[in-house]
Design a protein around this ligand. Structure first.
Ligand SMILES: [Zn+2]
Length: 276
């Protein structure tokens, strides 16, 4: 019996518990749909500025999160996410952009990492997979956004490669957590997606399939398992990987879901930061 790594801390917040022992200064988590000011399909804690919600509401929701985490909004790194595999190293001069005005977001980016303290790396989600990284001995943290497109571009493994090449961090020192996302129970895809999944896993030694055929041309895909396999391929020790059991579509009282809500819905925020 495995325990869920993301535990409700308040109405509005789940926190990644297990990394407390690893590095007491790391704060990582994932918001819920509760505790905000938005209405309609965005009720109530929508943190996405790009989904046609009232901006005043989203800004207030973001300020509430900043207050509760004690990471001021000027310390946030925010992306204009495009389902690609571009990862940006964040320093203090890049924070604050996009935190209250979407147009200022760091463009075309689906992953962040930093070696600096007092920066909150943030990304938005409604079904895609949040992937959290920490190398405690190297004071390095990261986060990635992996829907099926980012997954088959291997953004999960790319972070590990970047840390190795640019920061000289041995892969053995990297811990990863796969957060709440849509589960295989609720995620059907077609041949177009499966062809790309096969391509990215073709170099894998142990092909443990992350999908099952459900009918002609229809498959249920386990995006969390796909990213787990990609992380193992990248050399991460299985013992260093946590996987959330939450399905954002099944947990309709807790999370927004792009697929379940037919595209008109809010966004949760994943975040990770080092406190000094
Ligand atoms: Zn489900």
């Amino acid at each position: 019996m495995t325990t869920e790594p993301f535990q409700l801390q308040s109405d509005a917040l789940t926190m990644l518990q297990d990394w407390g022992n690893l590095s007491p200064h790391v704060l990582a988590g994932f918001t819920t749909k509760h505790g905000g000011t938005s209405s309609g399909p965005f009720t109530s804690n929508n943190l996405g500025l790009h989904v046609n919600d009232t901006e005043l509401h989203v800004r207030e929701n973001r300020r509430r999160l900043a207050d509760s985490l004690q990471f001021p909004i000027e310390t946030w790194a925010c992306a204009d996410q495009v389902h690609e595999d571009h990862i940006v190293k964040i320093s203090r001069d890049l924070t604050g952009y996009g935190a209250l005005n979407y147009n200022d977001s760091i463009k075309g980016t689906d992953g962040f990492y930093t070696t600096d303290k007092d920066i909150l790396l943030t990304l938005c989600y409604a079904d895609c997979v949040p992937i959290y990284y920490v190398a405690p001995e190297h004071h390095t943290i990261g986060i990635a956004h992996a829907g099926w497109k980012g997954s088959v571009k291997n953004i999960a493994g790319k972070m590990v490669q970047l840390w190795k090449l640019n920061e000289s961090i041995p892969t053995a020192n990297v811990h990863v957590a796969i957060g709440p996302s849509i589960g295989k129970c609720c995620y059907k895809v077609d041949d177009r997606v499966i062809t790309e999944v096969d391509n990215i896993l073709s170099s894998s030694d142990t092909f443990d399939s992350p999908y099952q055929k459900v009918s002609d041309g229809q498959y249920s895909l386990d995006l969390k398992k796909l990213n787990l396999l990609l992380l193992l391929n990248a050399g991460i020790d299985r013992a260093n990987i946590l996987v959330s059991q939450y399905c954002t579509s099944c947990e309709k009282n807790l999370f927004f879901s792009h697929r379940r809500d037919k595209g008109k819905t809010g966004r949760m925020l994943s975040f990770i930061g080092f406190k000094s």
